[in-house]
Design a protein around this ligand. Structure first.
Ligand SMILES: Cc1cc2nc3c(=O)[nH]c(=O)nc-3n(C[C@H](O)[C@H](O)[C@H](O)COP(=O)(O)OP(=O)(O)OC[C@H]3O[C@@H](n4cnc5c(N)ncnc54)[C@H](O)[C@@H]3O)c2cc1C
Length: 392
């Protein structure tokens, strides 16, 4: 007879491991949890290749609420995720995001700011003079307005967060298996089990797809559901330069180029390349640095005319091409299959709240701490986009 678990999760990075932890810790759930992860080195998981930043500056209220829940989680993670008194240090640096807008983008920045402050986010609008006074290294030519996160925004270590979720989940009884889900078996509207690349079959009471850019869309397709999620390559470059400000924020230029400190270096990335195909290669687009990123950076921060490129990497967004927002909840056509993907470049900060929400949906049949139903697949089926305008 096949081995059976109450919940089988495909993909054990930030989202799969957050869910495994939140299920195992949920007093309303007493079942057995199995996480099936094909690559426990996580070398190509977006979670490992992420810039790992958290912001409140979204245009959709639900994303702001999710970020606030993520923030509360990060602040308490050392205690919450401790095993035998040993808690993780997620190296959370709360330096804020600084969005710079040109005249063309100022109205959108103002509209987003109204949504953010209505949700209680601590964001200040600054005119160019105020931005320059706070960050004297900036050239504010062409800047009409800026928005700065005064608290609740910054960056952390998403790889350590994922490993801490995993370790804590295991300490609470969850199991991890190195294998790949290749097929999902069903009887009517119920998933009954999964087939693995090794040839094993695992029976399950519920199935969750958290397989990210490399696996979520193909697994959903295997289950007969087309989801508008594509794998889009994004490159990150690391450079060395003189320190220009002690509280350097995550700065977003009107051109879409963004930069932030990382230890004694800086990391920089930019707007989507043209063309921006659905792809799985990990080749770094080196000319992007020389031709797009550095010129924009040096124009905005003249001190960075002198810098040394140290290294670079490429990772993949699980981009929801329908509306740039997560798809979370029940998979249509199934009573016991769930999905969390399409995070479109803001998925690690959403992992704590989404894992908690999915655990509630599985344990209680509905969301409790935070309503995530805006993210449900129904909006896609109905052709009603929940457009997130602030995608980096
Ligand atoms: C360059 C870059 C910068 C980013 N910056 C940020 C940021 O600043 N802030 C932010 O919040 N987000 C950011 N993101 C996005 C964020 O990293 C992702 O949204 C998030 O990590 C997604 O986590 P996940 O667990 O859903 O997927 P992943 O981390 O991709 O993990 C999916 C896992 O599923 C496994 N898998 C796939 N198929 C199968 C299968 N069939 N069976 C078993 N296992 C399978 C894979 O091996 C993988 O480990 C960034 C992403 C990139 C690439």
């Amino acid at each position: 007879m096949a081995e059976t678990y109450d919940v089988a999760i495909a993909g054990g990075a930030a989202h799969g491991s957050s869910l495994a932890y939140h299920l195992s810790a949920n007093p309303g759930f007493s079942g057995r949890v199995l996480v099936i992860e094909r690559d426990p080195t996580y070398a190509r998981a977006a979670t490992s290749l992420s810039l790992s930043s958290i912001r409140q500056q979204f245009s959709c209220a639900v994303n702001i609420r999710v970020a606030q829940a993520g923030l509360a989680f990060l602040r308490a993670a050392k205690e919450t995720l401790a095993v035998d008194g040993d808690g993780p240090d997620l190296h959370f640096r709360e330096n804020g995001y600084l969005y710079l807008a040109s005249e063309a983008g100022a109205e959108t920045l103002r509209a987003n700011h109204a949504v953010q402050t209505a949700e209680g986010a601590d964001i200040a609008l600054l005119d160019p003079e105020a931005a320059k006074a706070r960050f004297p290294f900036l050239n504010t030519d062409g800047v009409a307005l800026a928005a700065l996160g005064l608290s609740g925004e910054g960056w952390f270590d998403s790889y350590t967060m994922m490993q801490a979720f995993r370790r804590k989940a295991i300490s609470l009884g969850a199991k991890y298996l190195q294998d790949e889900v290749v097929a999902v078996e069903r009887e009517g509207a119920r998933v009954t089990g999964v087939r693995l690349a090794s040839g094993r079959r695992i029976g399950c009471g519920a199935f969750v797809n958290t397989a990210g850019a490399s696996g979520a869309a193909s697994l959903a397709r295997e289950m007969g559901v087309a989801i508008p999620v594509e794998s889009r390559k994004r490159c990150v470059f690391v450079f060395e330069a003189a320190q220009v400000h002690e509280k350097f924020p995550l700065l977003i230029d009107p051109s879409g180029v963004y930069v932030r400190p990382e230890g004694r270096h800086y990391v920089i990335g930019g707007p989507p390349p043209e063309p921006d195909p659905d792809c799985e290669d990990f080749e770094v687009d080196w000319p992007q640095f020389e031709e797009v990123l550095w010129p924009a950076l040096a124009a905005r921060i003249p001190a960075f005319e002198a810098l040394k490129l140290v290294r670079a990497w490429a990772g993949h967004y699980d981009l929801n091409v329908f509306d740039h927002n997560a798809i979370v909840g029940r998979l249509p056509g199934y009573d016991n299959a769930y999905l969390a993907c399409g995070f479109s470049g803001h998925g690690v900060q959403q992992a704590p709240a989404v894992g908690r929400g999915l655990a509630e949906l599985i344990a209680y049949g509905g969301y409790r701490a935070l309503d995530l139903s805006d993210f449900s697949f129904e909006r896609i089926a109905a052709g009603r986009p929940l457009l997130e305008r602030n995608v980096i």
